[in-house]
Design a protein around this ligand. Structure first.
Ligand code: TZP
Ligand code: MG
Length: 218
């Protein structure tokens, strides 16, 4: 499977499944390679403390890996970096500018995601034209300072109110992901449970398998 770039206007676009976010690990590329081998739907390049040139070099390597594996490649925070890389999309936090600006810069073919933490933000993101929302935190996490933990109950509530894919995030592991999926998440976004796992490939493939199992009735 090899595709050059996702075009969501011509291909069915999906971020459903395992959505992996990068960390600052020294062996990042090798770990991401293993994770993609295990089965990752989308990779978000997130590099909070790096200079632009360094980001560009690292992101290009990861983007190429994504092309080899057919994984959607999304850039965190920066519309201009997403544009420069011709990434498949961008992910915006609440303070990263508007969806409409990103849309204007990137066009309809690109994926725009937005981080949300409550029903208002979720509805607003959908109204602005986001293609998916991140929603969290699900659980406490050491990967980011989070102040609000709406959890799986919060996710279940917004799931019934929005019609775009919902990506659960924050403290998700192989042990609790089934609860996030049962609450209605289309994807689980993870950093540490895959990238800090001794076997990122096994962690990713286990998470992926959880989407295919029998759901509780009803
Ligand atoms: N946004 C909300 S929680 C989080 C981000 C980027 C970190 C998720 O990392 P982990 O290690 O999967 O809890
Ligand atoms: Mg951000």
């Amino acid at each position: 499977h090899f595709r050059l770039v996702v075009n969501k206007t011509t291909e069915p676009f999906s971020i459903a499944g395992v959505y992996l976010i990068t960390d600052q690990n020294e062996d990042l590329v090798e770990r991401v390679r293993l994770a993609l081998r295990g089965g990752v739907t989308a990779l978000q390049y997130r590099a909070k403390d790096k200079k632009h040139e360094e980001c560009l070099t690292e992101a290009r390597v990861l983007q190429q890996l994504c092309r080899e594996f057919g994984t959607t490649f999304i850039v965190n925070d920066s519309v201009s970096l997403a544009r420069e890389l011709d990434a498949d999309g961008v992910h915006l936090g609440q303070d990263d500018g508007s969806v409409s600006y990103a849309r204007e810069q990137l066009g309809d073919a690109k994926i725009i995601g937005k981080s949300t933490h409550d029903l208002n933000e979720a509805l607003q993101a959908e109204k602005e034209g986001a293609d998916y929302i991140g929603f969290g935190a699900m659980y406490p996490t050491e990967s980011k300072l989070v102040t609000h933990i709406p959890g799986t109950q919060g996710l279940a509530q917004i799931r019934s109110e929005v019609n775009i894919p919902v990506v659960g995030i924050g403290g998700i592991t192989v042990g609790n992901a089934c609860r996030v999926i049962d609450a209605g998440a289309d994807a689980v976004a993870v950093i540490s449970s895959v990238l800090s796992h001794p076997r990122p490939d096994m962690a990713a493939s286990t998470l992926r398998l959880l989407f295919n199992r029998q759901r509780p009735f009803p």
